[in-house]
Design a protein around this ligand. Structure first.
Ligand SMILES: NC(=O)c1ccc[n+]([C@@H]2O[C@H](COP(=O)([O-])OP(=O)(O)OC[C@H]3O[C@@H](n4cnc5c(N)ncnc54)[C@H](O)[C@@H]3O)[C@@H](O)[C@H]2O)c1
Ligand SMILES: N[C@@H](CCO)C(=O)O
Ligand code: NA
Length: 336
């Protein structure tokens, strides 16, 4: 199966690493998964027989520009690559823009028009025009998957659509941002100051390209919109979410909360049609009290009752795990 990776930052490189490490497993169980093009803001590397993924990662890490890939690198837009390079699937992992959804929205729609399936981790277009994307994928008869867009490696979207199929999901509440959970955990457990903890999160490759999206709760807001629309049958946008971030939370506030048997977490919640993101007091012994970059989601359903899922919500390899599962699903749905 031939893949184009659009966006070659933390996640794009994570996808390349995972496809390289799993190349024998994939060939044995499915077929060769080849990356025939990689793009970033500088241009692209293109090889219809499959790029050398370790070389692509090395070029990006050394020079910051994928167009410097020897012989196969060139200055060309992602749109032209999507239009002109023959491939089965586009993996869209450019920065999430929560105002316009671009450039990802155009990349995704152009992929559909060119009969390419899409796997994305990008929350922008999903939070702004979910219904339009679903309709367009149906119109061009292509598959559109986005498990990585909420909770990273934590199974949530496909779990609800597949394993909880037939259930009515009455409410969801959880921690859906790894960066803020990492910061709150470091402040609580090590008394680390906010800025140092944020710097560490950036170094781990878990923060957004614009980390204010994490800190101000907008990333979590985008994710509960995606959940509301994709697995609860709603039709919301990010403007429907009441959002507060964690800027006012200090190590002292966490210490005081602990003294009373609580911690403080940035909670996203969908209940009775209302979407809200704000720091909340959580009992120390609650299933919601997960640490570090972990995410957690508590479903209330009509048949399965309460269901709780926990997993790494961010990180290049962890997120690439969710992207790989969507790629395998596309292979099984189209190539078998
Ligand atoms: N980092 C995580 O743990 C994580 C987890 C889940 C989802 N995501 C989402 O995955 C996406 C990528 O995240 P990241 O951490 O890799 O970001 P990043 O900032 O590390 O990388 C973004 C990449 O996109 C490229 N890019 C920007 N504009 C482009 C364009 N027009 N055409 C092609 N490439 C372009 C940049 O050059 C860069 O290579 C974001 O939408 C993010 O919200 C990230
Ligand atoms: N910046 C996001 C990445 C995963 O969407 C987080 O910290 O959860
Ligand atoms: Na997920």
């Amino acid at each position: 199966m031939d893949i184009i990776i659009v966006g070659f930052g933390a996640i794009g490189k994570g996808v390349a690493k995972v496809l390289y490490e799993k190349r024998e497993y994939l060939k044995k169980n499915f077929e060769e998964f080849r990356v025939v093009a990689i793009t970033d803001s500088s241009g692209a590397a293109i090889d219809e027989d499959g790029l050398d993924l370790l070389k692509a990662i090395e070029v990006k890490e050394k020079t910051g520009k994928i167009k410097n890939y020897p012989e196969k690198g060139k200055e060309i837009s992602s749109i032209d690559v999507i239009r002109n390079v023959d491939a089965d699937v586009v993996v869209e992992v450019t920065p999430s823009n929560l105002e316009t959804g671009e450039p990802a929205k155009t990349h995704i729609l152009e992929s559909f028009k060119n009969k390419k399936h899409v796997v994305t981790a990008n929350k922008g277009p999903l939070a702004l025009c979910y219904r339009e994307l679903i309709e367009e994928a149906k119109k061009y008869n292509v598959i559109f998957r986005h498990e990585a867009s909420v909770g990273g490696a934590m199974p949530i979207i496909n779990l609800a659509k597949e394993t909880l199929a037939g259930n009515e999901i009455l409410s969801i509440r959880g921690i859906l941002n790894g960066t803020t959970n990492y910061i709150l955990t470091k402040m609580e457990k090590e008394g680390l100051d906010f800025e140092t903890a944020l710097k560490e999160a950036k170094e781990l490759g878990i923060a957004e390209t614009d980390p204010t999206q994490d800190i101000e709760g907008l990333d979590t807001a985008a994710k509960i919109v995606i959940l509301a629309n994709s697995i609860m049958g709603m039709n919301k946008t990010i403007k429907d979410v009441k959002v507060k971030g964690i800027k006012r939370i200090t190590p002292e506030a966490l210490f005081l909360a602990n003294k009373r048997g609580y911690t403080i977490k940035l909670i996203g919640q969908i209940k009775d049609g209302y979407l809200i993101v704000e720091p909340m007091l959580v009992p120390i012994d609650s299933p919601l009290n997960v640490k570090g970059t972990l995410n957690v989601a508590m479903f209330e359903t009509d048949l399965a009752k309460e269901v709780v899922v926990v997993g790494r919500g961010a990180g290049p390899i962890e997120t690439a795990s969710a992207i790989l599962s969507d790629l395998i699903h596309i292979y099984q749905a189209t190539k078998r």
